[in-house]
Design a protein around this ligand. Sequence first.
Ligand code: SAM
Length: 309
Amino acid sequence: MGPEAAEALLQQLRPKGIFGTSRGVSLVGDALETLRTLPPNTFDLVVTSPPYDGQPRYGDGERYDRDWYEGYFLDVTREVHRLLRPRGSFVLNYRSKRGGSERGTLQYELVFALRRQGFLFCEDFVWGKPSPPPGRFRRFLKDAVEYCYQFAKTEDWQFFPEQCLLPARWDAKDRARRRALPQNYVRVSEPSGQGRRRALAGPDLVRPSTLLLFEPEFAKNPTEHPARFPVELPEFFVRLLTRPGDLVLDPFAGTGTTAVAAERWGRRWVLCEADARYARGLPARLETPRLRPPLATAGRRAGPRTRHP
Ligand SMILES: C[S@@+](CC[C@H](N)C(=O)[O-])C[C@H]1O[C@@H](n2cnc3c(N)ncnc32)[C@H](O)[C@@H]1O
């Protein structure tokens, strides 16, 4: 879907949304029902965090158990496959619960289930939490990691590491070694506008790794949502896997952190969230001045670390 078609889709969806901006729209409703109404080959990135394994259901007292993931959730991922553009990616943030003395295996089983649906399993990013929430565990340690699985529809999935370069923090010897590495170069346009050349992207800027170290979201949360993304998480994937103007979907959107990341980096977005109380928090999050300045972009040094709304 090109920019005009994305714009036309947003125009069509805005009257149905609870909130919209020039770049996106937030829909309140069931993810599966909503996704079924959207046209195929539409989204460049789908990034989401479905309800946690074993978590009490929002509102109705039941739990999101294995049946929910093996039934409803896989129906949603089938729709995600239909909705992705050929070069698009689906990033699933998920972590199975522990039960008794064992770690749940659903997180691994879902990878196989999605491959059977036709997805390619591209990468397993690990979200590491330097200060995980406290908990009382008899046999286990504090749980400090979650997975972010990247799936794609075709082998030619789009990928823009040059949009995610990070300041390196190594000694002088390492910097000299890195200067020789091809991945530390980016292609830049000549100032004359005539042609492009290879330019050193560092030595102070390097590609990030698949270990994403972000603190969990502890900031004040007026919607009282229990499990928000830190904004850095969708932000990382928005920058790695899309270009400005691309269209991003989050079908289990909660408070809309994915839209905060998409707005910040000039991407279009569509959210779907079942609970209007959570969706209502988004306008205030987008207005807050704490959104600026953004994190580092390719070719620039990172600014000071910012707290996010
Ligand atoms: C882990 S939270 C997502 C939080 C979000 N990433 C954020 O940063 O706020 C999962 C969300 O899925 C929503 N949800 C659960 N079942 C749903 C359904 N059938 N359709 C749409 N949303 C649903 C819940 O209300 C909850 O807000």
